[in-house]
Design a binder for this molecule. Structure first.
Ligand code: GLP
Length: 242
């Protein structure tokens, strides 16, 4: 595992974004897995800035979202679809047919999970997977105790997030909110992985995931086993490593 320390939050966003930009510059047909959240929102802003300063060809790259909330509308501003569309796909002019997202509604999610994996495989698999990390070590919607051999599946939404999404999206109380997510095994099959973490609230889990035991109790600890993973940290998230 390569660990890259940055000296400010802004440098963290810019460096992480430059890894994505350079991947596209070197391999214009790259397949890149993206994550949503506070961390990657800053990374995506920095990516757009890099592109505006020095444009690169985005007409052949494929981007996909590693996870999605089920049973909310795609037009809900908290859906991963909407976030990636606004933050990356539209500003960079990536053609819509090169934007792969899990569906939010389906009468057969098991089939959708297989179809999503197949769509990524058809494009040659994942060249670069960008990951954020949850405070409990989750990756995507793979919460603690998810088996390392898991493939794309629908996980249970944790209670806090469930409540928040229900409130913000105005979902009915009986809507079955879940987390459509690529599994740990899928993540590990990426040719290159970048785990990006910033902020003091991530310091403890970063320490545990990087220096602790490799265990499904801390999903991100599995990355210790991946040969081409880079962890990019801002000073606050790196605090316990020094
Ligand atoms: C969510 C997403 C993950 C993301 C994580 C961290 O649960 N499903 O893909 O990596 O949260 O989010 P943040 O960057 O907001 O801390």
């Amino acid at each position: 595992m390569k660990i890259t320390f940055t000296d400010s939050e802004q440098a963290f966003y810019t460096l992480t974004a430059s890894r994505i930009a350079n991947t596209i510059r070197q391999l214009p047909t790259a397949v890149i897995g993206l994550a949503t959240g506070r961390t990657t929102t800053g990374v995506h802003e920095a990516l757009c800035e890099l592109w505006r300063a020095q444009p690169f060809d985005t007409s052949r790259v494929t981007v996909f979202g590693m996870d999605e909330i089920t049973n909310v509308s795609r037009s809900f501003p908290g859906s991963c679809y909407d976030m990636l569309l606004r933050q990356v796909v539209r500003p960079l002019g990536i053609p819509m047919e090169h934007f792969l997202m899990p569906p939010t509604f389906s009468d057969d999610f098991a089939r959708e999970c297989k179809a999503f994996e197949a769509a990524i495989a058809e494009r040659g698999g994942v060249d670069l997977q960008i990951l954020g990390i949850g405070e409990n070590g989750h990756l995507g919607f793979n919460q603690p105790s998810t088996p390392f051999d898991s493939t794309t599946w629908i996980s249970r939404m944790d209670e806090k997030l469930d409540e928040r999404i229900r409130r913000e999206s105005g979902s009915s109380p009986d809507a079955d909110l879940g987390g459509f997510t690529i599994g740990i095994k899928n993540i590990m099959m990426s040719r290159k992985i970048i785990l990006a973490a910033n902020g003091a609230n991530k310091a403890e889990i970063i320490f545990k995931a990087l220096r602790g035991k490799i265990t499904p109790d801390i999903p991100a600890s599995v990355l210790q086993l991946h040969p081409f993973t880079e962890v990019i940290l801002d000073p606050a998230a790196a605090a316990m490593l020094h």
